[in-house]
Design a protein around this ligand. Sequence first.
Ligand SMILES: Nc1ncnc2c1ncn2[C@@H]1O[C@H](COP(=O)(O)OP(=O)(O)O)[C@@H](O)[C@H]1O
Ligand SMILES: [Mg+2]
Length: 286
Amino acid sequence: MRKEKETLPGPTPELPIVVLDALRPTTQRMVINRRGSMVWEVGSRWGHYAVKVGHPVEATADWPAQPWTALAPAREGAVLLRLGVHDIAYGEWEQGTWNFQPWHQGPDLYRLWERCRQKDSPTTPDTSEALECAEALAELHAKGWAHGDVQPAHFIIGPERTHLIDLALAHGGGHVPEGYDFPFRGCLVHYEAPEIARSVLDTGEAEPTQAADVYALGASLLISATGWRAVEYPDDARRPVQREAVANGRRRPVKIPGELGELVDAMLSHAPGDRPTIYEVVKGLS
Ligand SMILES: Nc1ncnc2c1ncn2[C@@H]1O[C@H](COP(=O)(O)OP(=O)(O)O)[C@@H](O)[C@H]1O
Ligand SMILES: [Mg+2]
């Protein structure tokens, strides 16, 4: 799996003044600064927070303008509020929107399963850790939402429980203020279900669904356990070429041993109706 570049060149940006005013940080560390999105880890007398700040992405020769990245933090804030998450806030700054939310300590799924991917004597993936990820997604589905952007980096395996983060693209469970809403245009292609990839190719947009989330969880477990993408395409393939391969179902065989492997294989079924529900996945892993 190639890692997206996490920092951009240039001077280190600062937290917007509205956020400084709201949190009065005692410590702050920039976690990522990539196209359209910045994340800080912030300590303050009120708690330990992740601060997300969005701004628009200008068009270049390589990609079209993406004005929606400016809205993503507020959209996520609205979803978190609907979900009843405590200790969050969101708002606007000069260039876009921001939110803060509780910081979750722990490795993500990809890092947690690093030892499963080592060449010499790899360990087998821990089914109870896979179960925790499935439970986090099941909790969201039970509230009527589809996440839309399930990927290994979005599962944080904490000491007490596993958290599913980055709800900026979640749909279906409740109202999102119109001013902060934007259409779903797909996610990281490695985790995109075939029907999502097809719809994005045909119309530029798609409908996030719980069945597509189950596919994405299957692809996340597979890549974290083995290093292999669910679908075969060259590393340097352009995004539409990747989506074509996904939509046409050029699946790789799932090489995870045992019941976990069988379950992941079913989760990666081409037809959404052939995939287990997240509750069936939880049951299968329990
Ligand atoms: N609540 C959180 N707790 C801990 N880390 C977080 C949290 N939110 C974001 N992060 C860190 O920042 C990274 C990017 O956050 P994410 O929500 O995925 O934003 P983006 O919209 O840029 O993809 C995550 O992979 C994680 O490392
Ligand atoms: Mg993300």
